[in-house]
Write a protein that binds this ligand. Structure first.
Ligand SMILES: Cc1cc2nc3c(=O)[nH]c(=O)nc-3n(C[C@H](O)[C@H](O)[C@H](O)COP(=O)(O)O)c2cc1C
Length: 212
């Protein structure tokens, strides 16, 4: 499907050296506005290749990826928007973000649908593995000079999208909207280290805490 050839490594604008892993992690942002420029096939291939190399629980590799462009991509957005047009009752507020996500999908150049091979005995392990594979794609997008946003708002219409795209037996887990970035968002706030590092609850700590 895609021609495979050696990719040019994206150089860091400041140093001129190949972008390093930590830098890729630091500069990654969710990108929601895209240029109209098409993504080269070999870059799409490389994104999926990075997902293919991802680790997975029991090495099950429970993922499937579908690449959509143009009308096939916009159909997904339309299904998400239909949710609002068809319902004459008030939908819970949090679902509203799926309207915004649908518009992002329309604006994106390429959409990757990420599916799970259904096997409920492995649900959590498989979902964790798929999350890791999606992050590989999002980081590789940065490495290739692209921008991406991980979209879970497909959850409200996952069955409709699954039927429309012809794989009702797979579960649609997420989508990734990709293109050349047309925005440079500021970093979103992160919790400080002190808030995310927790101490082991040993007997010693308990004694200290209660001043025994
Ligand atoms: C599991 C997951 C689901 C997400 N779903 C959506 C989504 O449906 N729509 C959207 O616009 N952004 C979505 N995002 C992007 C987050 O809003 C974003 O990662 C977060 O606000 C931090 O911003 P940053 O990615 O720029 O650091 C999702 C991110 C993750 C990890």
């Amino acid at each position: 499907m895609f021609t495979l050839y050696r990719m040019e490594v994206v150089k860091d604008k400041e140093t001129g050296k190949p972008m390093e892993f930590e830098k890729v992690v630091e500069v990654r942002r969710s990108i929601r506005m895209f240029q109209s420029r098409k993504i080269e096939n070999e870059k799409i291939y490389k994104l999926i290749e990075m997902a293919r190399l991802c680790q997975s629980a029991k090495n099950r590799q429970p993922w499937k990826f579908m690449i959509l462009e143009n009308e096939a991509k916009n159909q997904v957005a339309d299904i998400m928007l239909d949710l609002f047009n068809k319902n004459d009752y008030e939908l819970p507020g949090y679902i509203n973000s799926s309207k915004t996500s649908a518009k992002i999908i329309k604006n994106a150049i390429t959409l990757i649908l990420v599916y799970r091979e259904k096997d409920d005995n492995w649900l959590i392990g498989d979902l964790l593995s798929i999350g890791a594979a999606i992050e590989h794609i999002c980081l590789e997008a940065v490495n290739l000079g692209l921008g991406a946003v991980w979209i879970r708002d497909t959850v409200y219409t996952e069955e409709e999208i699954g039927k429309q795209k012809g794989y009702p037996d797979l579960q649609l887990v997420s989508a990734i909207a990709i293109g050349y970035p047309d925005e440079s968002p500021e970093p979103r706030a992160r919790k400080p280290m002190e808030e995310i590092l927790i101490k082991e609850n040993t007997l010693k700590d308990l004694c200290n805490d209660s001043k025994l």
